[in-house]
Structure formats: structure tokens, C-alpha cells
Design a protein around this ligand. Structure first.
Ligand SMILES: Nc1ncnc2c1ncn2[C@@H]1O[C@H](COP(=O)(O)OP(=O)(O)OP(=O)(O)O)[C@@H](O)[C@H]1O
Length: 308
């Protein structure tokens, strides 16, 4: 199946001269949940805004459900729902009208049964006659989601859906995202919360300084997260790693006093017992051992730190 969203060599230079995106490319498969992780100012909102037709790209192309977002913008827009970061709602409108009106904006006839389904799914049905101003922040955010879903988009963009929301509501949102995906909706969310990406995404994309640094299957990334380091402190410094230990791919510190062994915690065996016996057979005396696990957070921070 062709990707539902195809982003190719997308760049955006704002009028200020700021390069918010530098040749970003990304393919999003139908039915997946992709989390875009990145620090403030990385270019996440710019990327989403271009896909949704709110910002014009400087160069590159984006197609949604096979429709170019510039040439064929109407068809592309119909395939997309966007839940923006900022809560922008008319304070005195009623919940039901706000949501139903949005469907009209897409040139679609009113569908009271669908409106009820969407509002019920978001626990807003009891509040349908409330004015926006009478709602809590979390409820307002759910109204934004209802507005984004009411024209039955195939792709839903959530720009930091749980920023400033309490833990309980955050979990409710995650469940909702999972339900939508089960119905076949493709979901792209941006987030600062690594645990959010871990909890719900199928794939994780890391963006920093306008570049997509990595897009990887979460399970694979978790495997990488599962890597551990064993630091072996030696009684006497080594000039080189002996050839008999070649199979272990050990790294020797520049002062020759430490060896580092990387291993996969999810593998059946770590090999540490055999490594220690091989070290002893090579006449190497170990003074101390330390293990260190790299977390997704560390991987993320390291990747992002290397960029300007
Ligand atoms: N309209 C604009 N004019 C000029 N610069 C802009 C404009 N919009 C965004 N930028 C700049 O582009 C860069 C990327 O911004 P963007 O909002 O895409 O980042 P982000 O990854 O969504 O950040 P955050 O996590 O803070 O929401 C930032 O440096 C921002 O200041």
C-alpha cells in the first residue's frame, strides 16, 4: 500500500530568514501511530502546518492520500484532521454547534448521529449544550479533537495533545488514540514527553534543528534502549586488546585502564561470565566492574545535543 503521507525534501525558510525545516523527508504508513519527538523550536509544528496547508513550504513536496497539498489542496485537506497546540475556540459557542459547524466547513451535510457518536466517544455528550467558556481545559482540548474528527479524516495530526493535561486525562487521550487507530485512522502526534511516545507510538521520529534525525520502529528503538555497557576496570593498563579477545569487540580507553563491553539486555545471554573467563585466560586481572544502561531519554538527548 502506498504511504498515506509522503513528505519529500521539505524545506521552510521563514521571512525572518530562519530555516525551520531543512530537506525533511518522511513516509507515513496507513494505520500507524507516529510520534514526532523534538525539543522546542525543532520544527515539529512547522512540518505539521505544511502538511495541513497552513504554512507554505519553501521547497519540497507533500502528498496526503495521494493528493498534493498545494496543487490538490481541497482533497488533501479533506483527508486530514488537525488538533492544534493552541486552544482556539469561540468562548460563547455551544459544544454541539461548534463541532457540527466544523463539518459544514468541509462542505459536508450535517450528520447528527455521527456528531453524537464523536461527542460520546470523547465524553462530551453530557456537555453538548454547555458554552465553551464553561468547560475545563481538558474538555476544551477534547472539543478540539471532536472538531478534528467530525469530517472523518483518514489522518489525524495531534500537536502536543497532552501538554499541560493531568495524568488521568493523558491516559484517557492515549486510550482514545488507540481506539481511533483500531478504526483505521493514521495518527501523527508531536510530543515533548518521551513516555508518551513510548506508550502509544508504533514508530518514533526524532526531529531537531529542522532535520529528521531518525525514524524508527519503537520496538527496535526499545531494543537499542535495552543496550547496556559493562565497564571493566583493569589492575594493570593494556597497550592493546589481545587478539584472543577479538570476538568481543571491546573498546579500550585511551589510558588503557578500562575496557567497555556493549551488550543487549534483551538477548538470551549477556555473555559476561564467558567474557570474564576469557579475560582471565588472557592473563588480564579485573579490578572492578560497572554496568550502565542507556535510556531512550539519553539516546534522544545525545542525538539532539550534537546538533546546533
Ligand atoms: N511564522 C514564523 N516566522 C518566523 N519564524 C518562525 C515562525 N514560526 C516558527 N518559527 C521558528 O521556526 C522554528 C521552528 O518552530 P516550530 O514551531 O516548528 O517548532 P516546534 O518543534 O513545534 O517547537 P515547540 O515544541 O516549541 O512547539 C522556531 O525557531 C520558531 O521560532
Amino acid at each position: 500500500m502506498p504511504p498515506i503521507v509522503e513528505i519529500r525534501d521539505l524545506t521552510k525558510t521563514y521571512a525572518s530568514g530562519h530555516k525551520a525545516l531543512k530537506a525533511a523527508s518522511l513516509s507515513i504508513e496507513q494505520g500507524e501511530i507516529l510520534a514526532l519527538l523534538g525539543p522546542n523550536g525543532a520544527g515539529k509544528t512547522t512540518l505539521i502546518s505544511i502538511v495541513c496547508g497552513i504554512v507554505t513550504p519553501t521547497s519540497g513536496s507533500v502528498a496526503v492520500a495521494g493528493h498534493d497539498v498545494l496543487r490538490d489542496w481541497r482533497a488533501a485537506r479533506t483527508a486530514i484532521g488537525l488538533v492544534p497546540q493552541e486552544i482556539a475556540l469561540q468562548p460563547f459557542d455551544r459544544v454541539l454547534d461548534t463541532v457540527a459547524f466544523t463539518r459544514g466547513l468541509f462542505g459536508m451535510p450535517d450528520d447528527p448521529a455521527l456528531t453524537e457518536r464523536v461527542l460520546r466517544a470523547l465524553s462530551l455528550w453530557d456537555k453538548r449544550q454547555a458554552r465553551i467558556t464553561e468547560l475545563s481545559g481538558g474538555m476544551k482540548r477534547r472539543v478540539l479533537i471532536a472538531k478534528a474528527l467530525i469530517h472523518e479524516p483518514r489522518v489525524l495530526f495531534l500537536d502536543e495533545p497532552t501538554a499541560g493535561v493531568d495524568v488521568e486525562l493523558r491516559r484517557e487521550m492515549w486510550e482514545l488514540v488507540e481506539e481511533l487507530r483500531a478504526k483505521g485512522t493514521t495518527i501523527i502526534l508531536t510530543t515533548h514527553y518521551i513516555e508518551e511516545a513510548e506508550a502509544i507510538a508504533d514508530r518514533i521520529g526524532v526531529i531537531s534543528g529542522g532535520e529528521i534525525l531518525l525514524v524508527e520502529d519503537k520496538a527496535k528503538l526499545m531494543k537499542r534502549l535495552g543496550r547496556k555497557e559493562l565497564e571493566i576496570e583493569l589492575r594493570a593498563p593494556l597497550a592493546d586488546v589481545p587478539a584472543s579477545l577479538g570476538e568481543w569487540s571491546l573498546e579500550l580507553s585511551s589510558d588503557g585502564e578500562r575496557l567497555t563491553y556493549n551488550y543487549d539486555t534483551q538477548g538470551e545471554r549477556t555473555g559476561i561470565a564467558r567474557l570474564l573467563s576469557d579475560l582471565s585466560a588472557a592473563g588480564i586481572v579485573v579490578r572492578d566492574l560497572r554496568t550502565k544502561q542507556s535510556s531512550l531519554e539519553e539516546i534522544f538527548v545525545d542525538m539532539v545535543k550534537e546538533r546546533p
